[in-house]
Design a protein around this ligand. Sequence first.
Ligand code: PXL
Length: 285
Amino acid sequence: MKNIKKVAAIQDMSGLGRCSLTVIIPVLSAMGIQVCPVPTAVLSAHTGYGEFVMHDLTDFMVPVLEHYKKLKVDFDCIYSGFLASAEQIDHCLEFFRAFPDSLKLVDPVMGDDGRAYATYTKELCDRMSELVAVADIITPNLTEAAILLGEQYPKNAVSLDLIKRWLVRLSEMGAGIVVITSVMLEDGNMATVGYNKADGSFWRLNSKIVPAHYSGTGDMFASVLIGSILKGDDLAVAMNRAGDFTEHSVRVTYRCKKPWTEGLMFEGELGRLFSDRQYNDCVRI
Ligand code: PXL
């Protein structure tokens, strides 16, 4: 009998500006995976709008977890992302502890372009390392990697050697697989670079440089990546599939000249997720 995998997504729901659940639910559903949202907050619009209303759901997370424990739900994966308070770190840790057999993806959402998001306090950023410590897979951008490592955000292009050292240091904090997304490298390429601690392999996927930046890009990359891994792909294919869909969505959006805050116009592109193309652009380095 066909078995549909289940992902508990501990994430916010933002009304405007595609990100978090409004990206993760359609993407994973299109990949044939069920998403069970565990909302951390509801917002009228994501924080990049500057003005927004937010309802923090910290207190709601506890009874949700109790209910799922009682039902003994068999989540294949628990995927944490945007959090609304430092206390939510404790509730995510409880979730991870309650379902020890599920794959743990921590997207350490904290900021972008060298800056923390408006609602992210220092305490929340400091405590993100506690989630990273118990994760199987983490997907920081360069800003989040720098925060986790206590390093300065590199404003200019970086060397591949530096990224490899950061990947190893991040994996030493806990996760077996670390993928740093969208890094501007000194060789003039934009790349996503991954590390698999189990066999010490590094993987690189170049992406076309588009002079624009959209909200929810990291959420899209992480959700395709985990969907692909849950469907049995190896890290290289999963990175390739995630990079392909994200880059394609960026290009479609760029052509339509939409403001960055609205996020990626992926709705008409979801069919690309079930194409049978060959994914061999991600190379071992
Ligand atoms: O894409 C990350 C993200 C998720 N959720 C909310 C955000 C952001 C980034 O701005 O504001 C509410």
